[in-house]
Design a binder for this molecule. Structure first.
Ligand code: HEM
Length: 194
């Protein structure tokens, strides 16, 4: 019975943790893009994003991570046999990477606050895809365990990486074209007024 409770809250923790991680880096993207806004919009937007990022990290993302890990410990204490299984060792490897990503997000948040973050919004968009790959790999391992079809999994992850890269490039192109159109419109309005 305790095992089922731990498992249910382990999954709830995962959902909350990932919701936080995905939204946090999306806020970083908006935070970086606010740099191009004229004053006072730039300062107002960046201050607001700082508040949202801190609250999201402290109230949603980190508690989600703590619930996931605490319930995972509960699962392993209730059923220690899992500790001898290869799928769990591989899963733990990915979880360590995920914890590193979580910690790195805090570093990026501090850099954005200090104005020392060197990432462009396009690079940040690519970074935001990293947890998707970890999510897919970890969930597939948790569900299939030692019978995970590794060939298909590698293809699925490779397909996802290609899809994400293409989407990011196409979106960057669309933004560039929109910006050019906007500038051309401003220029033609100024010519008409002159
Ligand atoms: C903190 C390290 C973690 C440990 C030690 C751990 C361990 C476990 C264990 C022992 C189970 C029970 C397996 C079963 O009863 O079938 C489980 C289930 C599950 N875990 Fe984790 N887990 C960890 C982190 C994660 C993370 C980060 C995710 C998501 C990205 C995740 C997703 C899942 C899912 C979806 C299940 C349910 C699988 C099913 O019922 O078929 N786990 N985990």
């Amino acid at each position: 019975m305790a095992y089922s409770w731990f498992k249910a809250f382990h999954i709830i923790g995962v959902v909350v943790w990932f919701a936080g991680l995905f939204y946090l880096v999306r806020l970083f993207i908006y935070h970086i893009e606010a740099e191009q806004e004229p004053e006072p919009a730039k300062t107002i937007l960046q201050k607001q994003y700082q508040i949202m990022e801190k609250r999201l990290y402290n109230i949603i993302t980190t508690p989600g991570m703590l619930v996931t890990v605490a319930c995972a410990v509960g699962l392993l204490v209730s059923q220690p046999d899992w500790l001898h299984q290869t799928w769990l060792h591989v899963k733990l490897g990915f979880v360590v990477v995920l914890l590193g990503y979580h910690h790195y997000c805090k570093r990026l948040m501090k850099q954005l606050e200090a104005g020392t973050c060197k990432w462009t919004s396009k690079q940040m968009r690519a970074l935001n895809e990293a947890p998707t790959l970890l999510l897919v790999a970890i969930v597939l391992l948790a569900v299939f365990k030692n019978s995970l079809p590794t060939d298909t999994t590698v293809w699925v992850i490779f397909g996802l990486v290609v899809l994400m890269a293409v989407t990011i490039q196409l979106y960057a192109r669309k933004r560039r074209l929109d910006k050019e159109k906007e500038l051309a419109q401003v220029a033609s309005t100024q010519q008409l007024q002159a």
